[in-house]
Design a binder for this molecule. Structure first.
Ligand code: ATP
Ligand code: MG
Length: 348
């Protein structure tokens, strides 16, 4: 975890550091999810901070999910967490719908968040598209549920990709308004942890759009389940400009596709973009892309193989999710009880 976790900022001085993050089981787990989330979770695991990671199936159904696919994607995501290095004994791994406290806290937050706040959320606008009137109410309320996911554990730190920054700001606004309205200091003001070379991995087809599970083009992303040939082909065909790599990172400015590939290389190799540029300055993409493909295959192939192995034992995955849910509820239930009490809702 980042230094931010160790150097607790004053607003959360009274709270035990605790990490929470979630990923949607919407299939197509990709390189952006790995570098922006999973790899960072695994890197942070041995810092001795309690960490809770959730397969957010309730967020997934804010847009239509085939039931069979959703169940499969949830198990595959759990396999993805473990294959990326998360240890279900050290971290708490579970699926959101098995811990009803998330939905219960979300209702309180639906009553704290303001319509105007929600209407500013760019993810809703992107996902609802032109047909916003036909989007689900759940898609609109999504950020209040996300605030509940985090705050029902009093999580102080949330490692995410850059795209979740606005939702994290909303989470802070909800915590502050709750604390203010009820005259308490109950919820921490959560710190987003957005760091590393690949906090925003871009689509291979359009360097201005983030890589996404929901992008209809499979060539836009590397899936964690892709084999070596598919990975190499997608990198070879990734959109780039005709110029060679520059001598300095500043030279990448205004070259979104080139900086995307350099950042991916850096994140996969645990280097800084500066180090990658120092090594590859002046190279044409014709030679940089094969080096990147080799690196990506070396790092991702073992993950993909481990995911398929784990997917063969569905009962074991379900057991891990069940056990994780129990551990999560042990933390969430007393916090929810206290929130009900603050609000004046009787639990007898
Ligand atoms: P969807 O398109 O269904 O929203 P997604 O690809 O955005 O899927 P999420 O489940 O919404 O994936 O996000 C899971 C985590 O991965 C979040 O922390 C998010 O910030 C991170 N993430 C998603 N896309 C990227 C990306 N392109 N680069 C870096 N991090 C990313
Ligand atoms: Mg997303």
């Amino acid at each position: 975890m980042s230094d931010a976790v160790q150097t607790q900022s004053t607003p959360n001085a009274g709270f035990t550091p605790r990490v929470f993050s979630g990923i949607q089981p919407t299939g197509n787990l990709h390189l952006g999810n790995y570098l922006g989330a999973l790899k960072r979770f695994a890197d942070a695991q041995n810092k001795g901070i309690e960490s809770i990671y959730c397969m957010v199936d309730m967020h997934a159904i804010t847009v239509w999910q085939d039931p069979v696919d959703l169940a499969r994607a949830t198990r595959e995501l759990c396999a993805g967490f473990i294959a990326s290095g998360l240890d279900p004994e050290k971290s708490i791994l579970f699926n959101q719908s098995q811990v009803p406290e998330h939905a219960q806290m979300a209702w309180i937050f639906n009553c704290v968040a303001r319509m105007g706040w929600m209407q500013r959320m760019t993810q809703f606008k992107d996902k609802a598209g032109k047909n916003a009137q036909n989007a689900s109410l759940g898609l609109f309320a999504y950020p209040a549920l996300m605030a509940a996911d985090i705050l029902v554990y009093h999580a102080t730190h949330v490692p995410v990709g850059e795209d979740q920054k606005q939702h994290l700001e909303l989470t802070r606004d909800i915590a502050m308004k709750f604390n203010h309205d009820y005259g308490v200091d109950f919820f921490p003001i959560t710190e987003p942890v957005i760091e590393g070379a690949a906090t925003r991995v871009m689509s291979f087809r359009d360097g201005t759009k983030k890589m996404s599970k929901s992008d209809p083009s499979d060539m836009s992303r590397i899936n964690l389940t892709d084999d070596a040939d598919a990975i190499a082909k997608k990198i070879r065909k990734a959109k780039t400009d005709p110029d060679p790599l520059p001598d300095t990172v500043e030279g990448l400015e205004g070259r979104p596709e080139a900086s995307n590939l350099v950042n991916i290389y850096a994140a996969l190799a645990d280097l800084t973009p500066e180090q990658v540029i120092a090594e590859h300055a002046g190279q044409q993409f014709g030679s940089f892309k094969p080096s990147l493909a080799d690196l990506a295959v070396a790092k991702l192939a073992p993950i993909s193989a481990e995911m398929s192995r784990l997917m063969q034992d569905q009962a074991e995955i379900d057991r891990i999710l069940g056990r994780g849910s129990e551990r999560a509820r042990d933390i969430a239930a007393p916090i929810l009880n206290k929130a009900y009490d603050i609000v004046g809702m009787i639990r007898s």
